[in-house]
Every structure is written in structure tokens, then in C-alpha cells.
Design a protein around this ligand. Structure first.
Ligand code: COA
Length: 373
């Protein structure tokens, strides 16, 4: 990073089905809680970046920069970014660029989504906006359908069994028991995962991240300090349509973003103590572990068969925390920062993608407990 950027404030709503709360209320709750946790006042915020994917189609609200800016007494300049399910991490990436350029010193980033106001059909159609509307959607594909194809191909190539895949969501649900912000805090056995309803063969209900409402916010600063800093912020893109990809079982944007992030932070995979990865569907977690360099191709499932030192989705991941799409990338960074502060370890990684891995963003956080004591 060209400047020392500290993560000085974090806040989120519980993710879930919030019938009684508007998109505005969710944004406000997350922002208030991030400001309260920061060592500065709201007036120190000189820019806001809002992440959102679906507000026009689901909530009838655009212009979300102004929505967030209206919450602060001095109405700082604000803009909104959209990169499908990677919107949150792209918003943090954009904030880092503003801070590195010197145009801002303290930036509030907030991601929010209110998805449950729409019917299942409406939300499935709206989410397909993250794929290719000329090549993927006309084939009748949905996101569960696309990842069903990916899972089937992965099983064909590497011999992954349904019983093995059950371990992924079972672990993430178990981890969420300790997370008060998670949408689903029930233990799920591998057998329950494997017996849940088929959504897009071979994927079942409990392989899928749910449809969720929620917001997450963080404050980044080059002026105020905290023990957690952004050591790397990298993004990479791939073809929008899966029909243009040479392989279905690996996402090139993840591989590229992580390599550049590791280089930027000057660390290797063995330095990473905590990972929050993008498990929109169980198979995506297996592939992410491989693409991020923590496992060889075909071996990602081993992380769920053993107890490894590095924690993976200790928050519960998208599967159990919920996936209000544009809030997720920010919430992952919040979780990694909490995990580093609790464990006293030095490096953690957040991996967030949009579409079928078409946009990927990787952040590496560094925790230096005594740096600012
Ligand atoms: N995990 C766990 N439980 C879930 C769940 C999930 N993913 N989705 C729904 N449930 C629960 C609900 O809470 C509900 O429980 P209840 O009966 O005790 O109230 C029950 O299952 C049925 O919920 P419902 O909303 O009717 O499910 P659905 O069939 O309409 O939707 C999915 C299920 C999997 C199709 C939907 O969650 C989905 O589309 N997920 C993927 C979202 C997506 O594509 N995101 C982008 C990723 S790139």
C-alpha cells in the first residue's frame, strides 16, 4: 500500500430477514455502530463510499451515496459502487485508492442490501444481473444453477463426493453458533445438509447462501491509527460469462488477486492465520481454498476433513451469516479484524467475489497489537 491505512471503526447489523426495517434503517444502524467504535467523530469523515447491488430493482431507491451522506451532520461527499456480490470489498478497495491518493484522510464505507422485500423469483432474476444477460441468463441459468454445474464438473474432475461436500456447510453452520450477527445460528449435521431439499442438482438448500437483509460499515483512515491496518487491497476481473471460460473448477480472478495481494503485503499463504472466503455455495468454498493457494487443485475439501491451524470462515461465512450481497465484503473484513484481535495473530485474508468469480477482491489485514499502544 502506498499509505498506512488503519481500520479504525467497524459496525454491522445482524443479517437476516428484517421485515420491520428499511434499507435506510439498516444503513444507519451499521454506520452509527462503526462511528461509535472509532477513535474520532463523525465530522472527521471526509468521504463516504456506499456499496449496493439491488436497491433500484428491489427497493425503488437509487442515489445511495446521498442516502448515506444524509446521515452525517456535515453531509460529506459520497458515491456508490456496484460489483455484484463483490460490491462491499470493491467499495473498500475504492476507499483505499482515495486514501492512497491523499484526496481523503478518513473514509466511511458502508454496504447494505434489503433483499427479502422481493419474492424468491424476483430476487433470483435480479441476482442474475451479476451474470451475462446475453449468454448466461437466456439459457435459463440461475446462480444456484450455475454453481450446480460447477459442482457437477468438479465432482467429475476430482471425484468429490456428496458426503464430502456436506462437511463444508456443516462446519460453517457450527462456526456461526458463536456469531451473534449470523442469520442462521443452528448446528447442522452433515447428514442434514445432505438430506436438505435439492435446489440445483447436486446443490441442496443447505449448500446455498440465503437471501438476506443487512448492512456492514467500516472506517478507514490515514490520519487516525488502530492496531489493524490494510496490508493489501487487490482486485482482478475475468470474463463475465462462464461460457467464455476454459475451466469451470477454478476462478482465474481469485488466483490473480490473491497473488498480487500476497506480493503487496509481502507475505506468503503460511503467514495467514484467518480467512473469510466467499462461500456463496459450498462448492465455491472448496474452489476458493485452492485458488487462494491454501490447497492443491482437488484438495480443497481436506480443510473440512481435518482441523487445520488456519481458521476458515470462523464467522459462519456467507452460508450461515447470510449474504446481503453488498454488505458481505465489508462484513468479511470486520470479521477478519475481530479474529486477529482475538487471537493476537498478525495476518488475515478476506476473499469476496461477484458473479461467477468475474470480479474478485482480496484484502490482507495486518494486526500489530503494540504498534499504536
Ligand atoms: N440456508 C439455510 N436455510 C435456508 C436457506 C439457506 N440458504 N434459505 C432458506 N432457508 C430456510 C428459511 O429460513 C425457511 O425456514 P423456515 O421454514 O424455518 O422459515 C426455509 O429454509 C424455506 O425458506 P424459503 O425462503 O422458502 O427458501 P427458498 O426455497 O425460497 O430459497 C434458496 C432457498 C436456496 C433458493 C435461496 O436461499 C437462494 O436463492 N439462495 C441463493 C442466493 C444467491 O444466489 N445469492 C447470490 C450468490 S452468488
Amino acid at each position: 500500500m502506498q499509505k498506512d491505512i488503519s481500520l479504525i471503526g467497524i459496525g454491522q447489523t445482524k443479517f437476516g430477514e428484517w421485515w420491520g426495517k428499511s434499507l435506510f434503517t439498516l444503513v444507519e444502524e451499521a454506520v452509527d455502530s462503526a462511528i461509535q467504535s472509532a477513535p474520532c467523530s463523525a465530522l472527521d469523515i471526509d468521504f463516504i463510499i456506499v456499496a449496493n447491488m439491488l436497491a433500484e430493482s428491489v427497493n425503488g431507491q437509487a442515489h445511495l451515496g446521498a442516502v448515506a451522506s444524509s446521515l452525517l451532520p456535515h453531509h460529506p461527499p459520497a458515491l456508490r459502487v456496484e460489483a455484484a456480490c463483490a460490491s462491499g470489498s470493491i467499495a473498500v478497495h475504492t476507499a483505499c485508492a482515495l486514501l492512497e491518493s491523499g484526496r481523503a484522510e478518513t473514509v466511511l464505507v458502508v454496504g447494505a442490501e434489503k433483499m427479502t422485500d422481493a419474492s424468491g423469483d424476483e430476487i433470483t432474476t435480479a441476482l442474475m444481473g451479476a451474470a451475462d444477460s446475453e449468454k448466461d441468463a437466456p439459457c435459463g441459468l440461475t446462480f444456484p444453477g450455475i454453481f450446480g454445474l460447477v459442482a457437477r464438473r468438479y465432482m467429475h474432475e476430482y471425484g468429490l463426493t456428496r458426503e464430502q461436500l456436506n462437511l463444508v456447510s456443516a462446519r460453517h453452520h457450527c462456526n456461526a453458533l458463536k456469531n451473534p450477527f449470523a442469520q442462521f445460528r443452528q448446528e447442522m449435521t452433515p447428514e442434514q445438509i445432505g438430506a436438505s431439499a435439492i435446489v440445483a442438482d447436486p446443490l441442496r438448500l443447505l449448500d446455498c447462501s440465503p437471501v438476506s437483509d443487512g448492512a456492514a460499515a467500516c472506517i478507514l483512515s490515514t490520519k487516525h491509527r488502530s492496531p489493524v491496518r490494510i496490508a493489501a487491497s487487490q482486485t482482478s476481473t475475468d470474463t463475465l460469462s462462464i461460457t467464455d471460460r476454459p475451466v469451470l473448477t477454478s476462478f482465474a480472478a481469485t488466483k490473480d488477486a490473491v497473488q498480487r495481494a500476497l506480493d503487496e503485503a509481502d507475505v506468503s499463504t503460511s503467514d495467514i492465520a484467518h480467512v473469510e472466503l466467499h462461500d456463496c455455495f459450498s462448492i465455491a468454498a472448496v474452489i476458493a481454498l485452492e485458488d487462494l493457494g491454501f490447497a492443491e487443485p482437488g484438495e480443497g475439501i481436506r480443510w473440512y476433513e481435518r482441523n487445520e491451524a488456519m481458521s476458515v470462515n470462523a464467522s459462519g461465512g456467507l452460508k450461515a451469516c447470510g449474504h446481503p450481497v453488498a454488505a458481505t465484503g465489508i462484513k468479511q473484513i470486520i470479521d477478519v479484524s475481530k479474529q486477529l484481535q482475538a487471537s493476537g495473530k498478525h495476518f488475515g485474508l478476506a476473499h469476496n467475489f461477484g458473479g461467477v468469480g468475474a470480479t474478485c477482491c482480496v484484502h490482507i489485514l495486518q494486526h500489530s497489537p503494540h504498534a499504536y499502544a
